[in-house]
Design a protein. Structure first.
Length: 264
């Protein structure tokens, strides 16, 4: 039986095992997918299990997406540029790191049908997933990406690999067509992003990486303005879809049953 694992800290709330195990059953794949909370010092040991054939693949979540890189033999170009790896597996006797968050974000955006071409994107946050979002947005042909993060230095650091982004102070609010919350503000129901989101016309698009709760105060604000809103659930599903394709060479089905099952 093949074995897969998602590593992170915290990990209790990860829906990855539920999703991958569901697809194993649907596709008659003899495999099991588990989750493991680890400390940074245990990363090397876990990755070695791939080399020793005890594990067939690893997904990586917060906060280890960059920390795993020194223990890998090779990186995909996307992982290299974003310095972020969420999918690990063995290929031609080498341990490869790949980033499926980029494609996950891109596919979730395509599904919304919001036309991003030549649009201005206001991106809140500079954490683990942000380089992947910038990579995808640039690929989709947006005109401009403005990043704002509480710790400005972290946003400025993104300029090294993404020199075309602009950075503004936390609390500043530039013109935008799409606003993305990629901070962890919203995970608690009472969290407030602290922006004045009132005088905004309904042509704007609000996107939140958070999908639990389903509707953060940020998305509620967008909705009450009459704007299109989307949470991060499809991004989560599509990053798993891309990892599944890499590992099993199978395109798992994504339908309403699956989405409801994940909510149950
Ligand atoms: P990491 O920063 O370790 O990669 P993350 O969950 O990927 O973790 O990112 C958390 C993001 O939420 C960061 O952008 C963080 O801002 P800082 O870089 O200033 O820490 C942001 N964040 C978390 N709590 C916040 C708060 N109370 N107010 C504003 N931003 C917050």
């Amino acid at each position: 039986m093949k074995k897969f694992l998602v590593i992170g800290n915290p990990i209790e709330h990860s829906l990855s095992p539920k999703l991958h195990n569901f697809w194993f059953k649907k596709n008659n794949i003899n495999a099991n997918y588990d989750k493991k909370k680890i400390d940074k010092s245990e990363i090397q040991e876990v990755i070695l299990e791939i080399k020793n054939n005890k594990l067939n693949g690893i997904n990586v979540t917060v906060p280890f997406k960059s920390d795993v890189i020194p223990f890998l033999d090779a990186l995909s170009e996307e992982s290299q540029i974003t310095q972020s790896v969420n999918t690990i597996y063995m290929h031609n006797k080498k341990i490869l790191g790949h980033n499926t968050d980029i494609k996950g974000f891109e596919l979730s955006l395509r599904e919304t049908r919001f036309n991003l071409k030549n649009k201005i994107i206001f991106l809140l946050g500079a954490g683990g997933v942000v380089p992947s979002m910038i990579y995808a947005l640039e690929k989709l042909g947006v005109a401009k990406i403005v990043v704002s993060n509480r710790t400005k230095q972290k946003a400025l650091r993104l300029k090294k690999n993404f020199p075309n982004i602009s950075v503004v102070d936390w609390g500043d609010q530039p013109e935008f067509d799409m606003i993305v919350n990629a901070t962890s503000l919203g995970l608690s129901k009472e969290d407030d992003i602290g922006l004045n989101l009132k005088d905004i016309n309904k042509e704007k698009f609000f996107y939140d990486v958070i999908y639990n709760p389903k509707e953060t105060n940020f998305l509620k604000a967008g909705k009450s303005l009459g704007c299109q809103v989307s949470n991060g659930k499809m991004m989560f599903i599509y990053q798993a879809f891309e990892a599944f394709k890499l590992w099993h060479n199978v395109k798992p089905e994504i339908n309403e049953d699956l989405k409801n099952y994940l909510d149950s």
